[in-house]
Design a protein around this ligand. Structure first.
Ligand code: AKG
Ligand code: FE2
Length: 240
């Protein structure tokens, strides 16, 4: 019974972080995590390499690979014109299916949450059948990489963002739609965790304040990369 009611068992349960934002710890099983990490090795080999996007003249500390679209601040293109002019890889069908499974699980968690109204799953865009992501931004963080507080606002479609974490744990800061400052909540996203933000949280500021080195479980260690963390965010660009 001790283990069943240990604090960490509750900490790993699905949780509504703010209206529209749902954390699903351990959504991906070991096999799913290892498989996605193997896909990352393929994505890295081209056609567009993992690259540090420049923001207001400064390279980001993460490197990014786009699937479906190539992202730069304020725009999405099919070709990586600022990198090597190559067309990006297509958005994989399996990722659409996985995104819908995350949305479905988030809707279920919200329906079970006594503090969320019955209208919440629909109002927050948690409808798996309607979820049509067309871009994934795949970020790699080495142990010193961070991501400053920002909004994901280059998409013209308000569909939820689905985030998946692999490798080392990070501290993820999820804030409010008004400012980069408080109120925010710091949570630890571990390998296999999913996080969804839609509806009233879709344009909330968020960032990654630190990576916790050597925290990945053995089956999800990014040994070929010298450790670190991969994050995938799926979005619907609303572009064609
Ligand atoms: O790494 C994360 O968990 C967040 C990534 C993110 O916010 C982004 O790619 O826009
Ligand atoms: Fe973001």
């Amino acid at each position: 019974m001790d283990a069943l009611f240990a604090d960490d068992a509750f900490d790993r349960a699905p949780r509504v972080i703010a209206p529209g934002a749902v954390w699903l710890p351990g959504f991906l099983d070991e096999a799913g995590q290892s498989w996605i990490i193997r896909q990352y090795a393929q994505w890295r080999s081209g056609p567009v390499p993992a690259h540090a996007t420049t923001i207001r003249g400064h390279p980001m500390s993460v490197t990014t690979i786009g699937l479906g679209w190539h992202w730069r601040p304020g725009r999405y293109d099919r070709e990586a014109r600022d990198v090597n002019n190559e067309r990006v890889l297509p958005f994989p069908d399996w990722m659409t299916r996985l995104g819908r499974q995350v949305i479905d699980a988030a809707a279920e968690a919200v329906a079970a949450d006594p503090d969320s109204p019955a209208s919440a799953p629909a109002a927050w865009g948690l409808d798996p059948g309607a979820y049509e992501p067309d871009v994934a931004l795949v970020n790699y963080y080495d142990e010193s990489a961070k991501m400053g507080m920002h909004q994901d606002k280059d998409e013209h479609d308000p569909a939820p963002v689905v985030s998946l974490s692999l490798g080392d744990t990070c501290t993820f800061r999820f804030g409010n739609t008004e400012t980069k400052n408080r109120p925010y909540e710091d949570i630890r996203l571990a390998s296999g965790d999913a996080f969804v933000f839609g509806g009233p949280a879709r344009f909330a500021f968020h960032g990654v304040t630190r990576i916790h080195p050597d925290t990945a479980p053995s089956y999800a260690r990014l040994d070929d990369l010298g450790g670190g963390r991969i994050n995938i965010t799926m979005r619907a660009t609303g572009r064609d």
